[in-house]
Design a protein around this ligand. Structure first.
Ligand SMILES: Nc1ncnc2c1ncn2[C@@H]1O[C@H](COP(=O)(O)OP(=O)(O)O)[C@@H](O)[C@H]1O
Ligand SMILES: [Mg+2]
Length: 215
C-alpha cells in the first residue's frame, strides 16, 4: 500500500529522470519530429518539482494530486505530448478520487485507464509508433504481474521492462500518428520519443518503489 509520500517521491524521481534525459529526448524527436520533446517534458518536470510539494501540503486525496499533475501537463508541456500525458493523468486520477492510499490494484487500474484515455484522445492505438507502444504493453504486463500476486516493485518492474521492449519495437515501424507520420517510411529505424518518456517514467516508479520498500 502506498500513500502521499510515495506519490510525491515518485513524481520527484520521474521529474529528475526526465530532466537528466532532456537532451536525449530532444535528440530522438529531432530525428522524426521537431526536436522539442525533451524541452517540453523538462519544462513540466521543473514545475512539478517546485509546485507539487506545495500543492500536496494541503491535499491528501491522491486522485486530486494526479488530477493536478494532469492539468499541469496540459498547461505546461504544450505540443501534442501535453494534452496526451494530461489525459493520461486526468483519466488515471478518476478511480482514485478520495483515496488517501493506493493498493497495487489501484495503480494497475489507474495505468490502464490512463492508457485508454491517451488512445481515445490521440485517436491512436498500438503499432503507430507513439507513446502507446510503451503504454499498452506496460499496462498488460502490470495486469498480469498483479494477477500473479506480485508486489508493487515487481509490478512496476514488469511495466518498465515491457515499455522498454515497446520502445525497441518503435524503431522497427513506420509512424502513422503525430509529426513523425509526415516523414512516412523515413521514420523507420528511429525510436519514438514519447514512448521513451513512458519508459523513463516507469523506471522511476520502479526505483522509487524499491527505495521506499513499498509492498
Ligand atoms: N495521436 C497520438 N497518439 C499518441 N501519442 C502521440 C500522438 N501523436 C504524437 N504522440 C506522441 O507525442 C510524442 C511527441 O511529443 P512532442 O514532441 O512533445 O510534441 P509535438 O509532436 O507536438 O512536437 C511522440 O513521440 C508520440 O509518442
Ligand atoms: Mg516534438
Amino acid at each position: 500500500m502506498t500513500g502521499k509520500e510515495f506519490m510525491l517521491a515518485a513524481f520527484e524521481a520521474i521529474s529528475h529522470n526526465i530532466i537528466e534525459h532532456e537532451e536525449y529526448l530532444n535528440h530522438l524527436d529531432n530525428a522524426i519530429g521537431d526536436g522539442d520533446h525533451g524541452t517540453n517534458m523538462a519544462r513540466f518536470s521543473h514545475i512539478i518539482l517546485k509546485d507539487l510539494p506545495e500543492f500536496s501540503a494541503d491535499h491528501d486525496d491522491l486522485g486530486e494530486i494526479m488530477h493536478h499533475v494532469g492539468m499541469c501537463c496540459i498547461t505546461e508541456i504544450g505540443g501534442s505530448a501535453g494534452p496526451l500525458f494530461g489525459k493520461f493523468f486526468l483519466q488515471a486520477s478518476l478511480s482514485n478520487k478520495n483515496n488517501t492510499f493506493m493498493e497495487a490494484a489501484n495503480w494497475v487500474l489507474a495505468f490502464e485507464e490512463g492508457t485508454m484515455g491517451v488512445s481515445q484522445i490521440g485517436q491512436s492505438t498500438e503499432g503507430e509508433k507513439t507513446m502507446l507502444d510503451a503504454l499498452f504493453p506496460a499496462s498488460r504486463a502490470m495486469q498480469e504481474t498483479l494477477e500473479e500476486g506480485k508486489s508493487l516493485p515487481e509490478i512496476f518492474l514488469a511495466g518498465a521492462e515491457a515499455a522498454e521492449k515497446g520502445v525497441e519495437f518503435t524503431k522497427t515501424i513506420q509512424a502513422s500518428k503525430g509529426r513523425a507520420a509526415y516523414i512516412g517510411q523515413r521514420s523507420i529505424g528511429h525510436q519514438d520519443p514519447g514512448a521513451t518518456t513512458v519508459m523513463l517514467m516507469l523506471q522511476s516508479m520502479h526505483k522509487t518503489a524499491v527505495d521506499m520498500h513499498v509492498e
